[in-house]
Design a protein around this ligand. Structure first.
Ligand code: PLP
Length: 276
């Protein structure tokens, strides 16, 4: 039996690489972990944090890491150099590898992996966000490519002219954005959702550290949608979003701290400094 026969978009294709790709467990089951790292003038921002998170994700879903840290770093830098931009997003992905399309396989195959670079799209300086019911699975702490709920929520937001959708639970607890973590500031204290049902964002972790180093109190706790509406300012963080204030939620204007540009600039310098 020739089980490598594949009919694809109107024609039969028999090609080993193509077969490997279509039978990949990442493609068929979302068995796949990824990272997005910002590259700036030869520096991979918070590279170790990203690789650490990916290593944990791979362990959590029982997959092997095909490369060592220094090998990943070398490839990321080479891809950035070949792409030829000073500022890029570098994508790393490790996927389950090709098997028969069976949920269970006796032996996990060698994973497939790839790295590519993408131009960073210009983001607005101030973000308009919309609240969206939580529709994701319970292991969003692992950065897998199972992003359909995030994609649907982002389309929902964009269609209504918002920049980002923020997931919240039935009882009002705020989780995170489709690709961002949430902070708010009240009476000089920063609050952010605790690490429970959210992705442990690299930018989130480093912002907490940056603020605490400056003597600013940061509380990781359960936060609610009404906290955001009552806040002195609300921020989103992420590798490509960086640190941005929110100017409205569901069309309701949100206050913005006049100092945010200084904090943003100093925080980005801090990220560069710790990544060198
Ligand atoms: N939350 C989700 C769901 C994400 O997908 C991302 C990044 O893609 C983030 C938060 C922010 O994480 P990081 O700061 O590591 O980019």
């Amino acid at each position: 039996m020739d089980n490598k026969i594949i009919f694809y978009n109107g024609r039969f294709i028999k090609n080993k690489t193509f077969y490997q790709f279509l039978k990949d467990r990442g493609f068929n089951f979302g068995e796949s972990v990824y990272e997005v790292i910002k590259y700036q003038n030869g520096i991979l921002i918070c590279f170790d944090d990203h690789i650490e998170r990916m290593e944990r994700g791979l362990r959590e879903i029982g997959m092997k890491n095909p490369l060592r840290r220094n090998e990943w770093k070398k490839i990321c830098l080479e891809v950035a150099k070949k792409t030829g931009n000073d500022e890029l997003s570098i994508y790393i992905q490790v996927t389950g590898g090709a098997t028969e399309r069976e949920h269970f396989v006796e032996r996990r195959p060698e994973p497939n992996y790839f790295v590519f670079a993408q131009k960073i799209c210009k983001r607005p300086d101030k973000l308009k966000i919309i609240l969206h019911p939580e529709i994701r699975w319970k292991r969003v702490d692992i950065k897998t490519t199972n992003l359909l709920p995030n994609v649907l929520a982002k389309f929902y937001a964009k269609k209504k002219n918002y920049d980002e959708a923020i997931f919240f639970e039935k009882e009002g607890a705020v989780k995170e954005g489709t690709s961002t973590n949430v902070f708010y500031e009240k009476d000089g204290i920063f609050f952010t959702p605790e690490l429970n049902g959210i992705l442990p964002g690299v930018t989130r972790k480093r912002l907490i550290e940056f603020l605490r180093n400056r003597g600013i109190r940061v509380i990781e706790t359960k936060i609610f949608v009404w906290d955001l509406f009552n806040a002195d300012s609300v921020y989103l963080t992420g590798t490509t979003t960086e640190f941005k204030p929110v100017c409205s939620i569901n069309g309701v204007k949100i206050k913005i701290n006049k100092n945010y540009k200084t904090v943003e600039k100093e925080f980005l310098n801090y990220l560069l400094k710790i990544s060198k």
